[in-house]
Design a protein around this ligand. Sequence first.
Ligand SMILES: [Fe+2]
Ligand SMILES: [Fe+2]
Length: 347
Amino acid sequence: MQHYHNIEIQSKYWPPVTNYHKTRQSISLSNFSKIKIEEQKKYLNSLHQDEKWIITHKLLSDIFAYYYGYRDRCLYNQTDSKEESLILQSKCVLIEFYINNILNIQYNLIASESDAISNISYIINQNSGINHDFFEYIENEMPLDAFIEFLKLEVCRNEIVDDEVALLTVGLQGHMKSVIASNLWDECGNGRLHKFHTYWLRLLISQLNIYDDIINYRETEKPWFANISSNTFNSLLTTPAYKMRAYGHFLTTEAWVNQHFTKVINGLKRVGLYHQDISIYFDAHIGIDTRHTAEILHAINVQSPRLNNYELNEIIYGSKIAEKSGSNSYDLLLKYFKNKYKGQKND
Ligand SMILES: [Fe+2]
Ligand SMILES: [Fe+2]
């Protein structure tokens, strides 16, 4: 059992991204952000359904990579009010288009408080994301090389969850703020570096020796649909009016972890990757996120002052957004992995 962080493992920049380089900034984002709002909307509406998904997500990925201020996209001490306001404008247009036009989920208003609360507990246990076929594939079929690629994607998806949870605390109050703050404290290892959840990702990377690989993979190979979950959550997190949707989204994805990670662990064992430093991230989260799910749900039940119907319905809507975007991303990932690694032995 490790009691302190390993200096070598802690020594690399987190998340695994390159140094800033102006020429690496996305050309498509700078082109898109230069056109007027009405033209941006017209352009997005003119795309075919598949292209709507691809282009919106590629642009959102660039925007959120910039938004968090890590070394690949930002230079400390340098601002550009014109460029930044154009990015912010593009962000608002893209998020509105994504939520209302692409996802376009029906809003079924639930009138009573008790019905809405029981609906929340129902949908987090019954939705198309929980038992998605992608995780059956990971458990029983995914070949070794594909598994290593999948682990790279898991690092990319989870590398800044602590920042995302930090954003989720903003604007909440009472019990809801308390459980999300406690979740953030867990993400940050209750103050101990070797218990940061990202430290467990560092262990995984170090064991597989893939730090430089991830930097390269992110820039050259990573498929756009691997960003759907992060983009969707960040769209809700960074839009003040979607505060409750973000909470519902987070509740839903936390509730998936137990089932998903249990299958990932079984898959790791099957392909011979079940090493403590690789599995710890998944093993630990099965327990932690089951507790987090219960706490996040409980906070809604005991919240004071009571949540009004509008807020409860927004939580439900956020949960549906997580379900639809998550399932869509898993559909595409399943197709991608099956196709890319077909013919390879699975154990
Ligand atoms: Fe975590
Ligand atoms: Fe969690």
